[in-house]
Ligand binder design. Structure first.
Ligand SMILES: NC(=O)c1ccc[n+]([C@@H]2O[C@H](COP(=O)([O-])OP(=O)(O)OC[C@H]3O[C@@H](n4cnc5c(N)ncnc54)[C@H](OP(=O)(O)O)[C@@H]3O)[C@@H](O)[C@H]2O)c1
Length: 245
């Protein structure tokens, strides 16, 4: 039975992942900003078969409270086997370009908080000699684009940091997974017009579970984003800057 900590547990992708784990009888500990939503999700997870579903309120920007929330998870579950970092915001790129306070807040949510949480969790897994640290980055982190380069650079930081951790823990029982979803129909992308490349969050959740089970390092979800991003990364900069992607 897996003991799973989810940060950003009210996210649509995280909720679908938690449901699938609940149906497999796992124990879950949820962290997020809204006590009411966490309570409702936890009750739903128990109804779906979770052996346990507990929660703690955590705003990831409250860096000083990270340790407290993580300790609460360890205590509640008597250890953690899998930690999924799912929090994130999609900033208004234009507003951030003229408002440094907003830009910093968005970067801190998507990058700084994620890095600090990765460090604390990796440290605990290292001490125990086992555990999976799974972080939701994005295909947006693979190359900066005019429409969302603040979000992209924050996700690039999360991707690079998790890559470094993965190398550091090679040959140990600590598994680090970087998850790179493409376009997913969730509240974060509610305002976007949806097209052929869009998928539902349950599909991403299934991919996350499979990648954790197979101890993969980096997973693009759905799989077709791997060749798409390989092509996008190969485009020479003088050509790329003329494109409207
Ligand atoms: N949707 C996509 O197309 C897509 C693509 C690539 C990657 N991703 C990534 O996938 C992850 C999940 O996003 P989603 O698509 O499932 O969107 P979502 O449903 O909007 O979830 C985002 C979650 O982040 C939480 N969050 C934001 N700021 C927070 C803070 N300061 N402290 C704690 N929690 C905070 C939100 O909490 P509240 O409920 O309190 O607002 C919400 O639960 C994110 O990392 C996102 O960047 C999404």
């Amino acid at each position: 039975m897996n003991r799973i900590l989810i940060v950003g547990a009210t996210s649509a992708i995280a909720e679908h992942y938690a449901r699938q784990e609940a149906e497999a009888g796992s124990m879950l500990f949820l962290c997020g900003r809204s006590r009411e939503r966490l309570r409702a999700i936890a009750q739903d997870l128990v109804a779906r078969g979770a052996a346990k579903a507990d929660f703690a309120v955590l705003d990831v920007l409250d860096f000083d409270r990270h340790e407290e929330a993580i300790e609460a998870a360890w205590r509640s579950l008597e250890g953690v086997d899998v930690a999924l970092l799912a929090h994130g915001t999609l900033p208004d790129a234009r507003a951030c370009a003229t408002d440094a306070t907003l830009a910093l807040r968005e970067f801190n949510t998507n990058a700084t908080a994620t890095i600090l949480l990765m460090d604390r969790l990796a440290g605990r897994f290292e001490k125990k000699g086992h555990g999976t640290l799974a972080v939701i980055s994005s295909v947006a982190g693979d190359r900066g684009r005019a429409s969302n380069y603040l979000y992209g650079s924050a996700k690039a930081a999360a991707t690079a940091y998790s890559s470094g951790l993965r190398q550091r823990f090679r040959g140990t029982g600590v598994h680090v997974l970087t998850i790179k979803p493409g376009f997913v129909d969730t509240p974060m992308t509610a305002a976007f017009r949806k097209g052929a490349l869009w998928v539902e969050p349950h599909r991403i959740a299934t991919g996350i579970r499979r990648a954790i089970g197979r101890r993969r390092g980096v997973v693009y979800l759905p799989f077709f984003w791997r060749p798409i991003m390989a092509l996008i990364r190969m485009i020479p900069e003088p050509v790329f800057r003329r494109l409207d992607l």
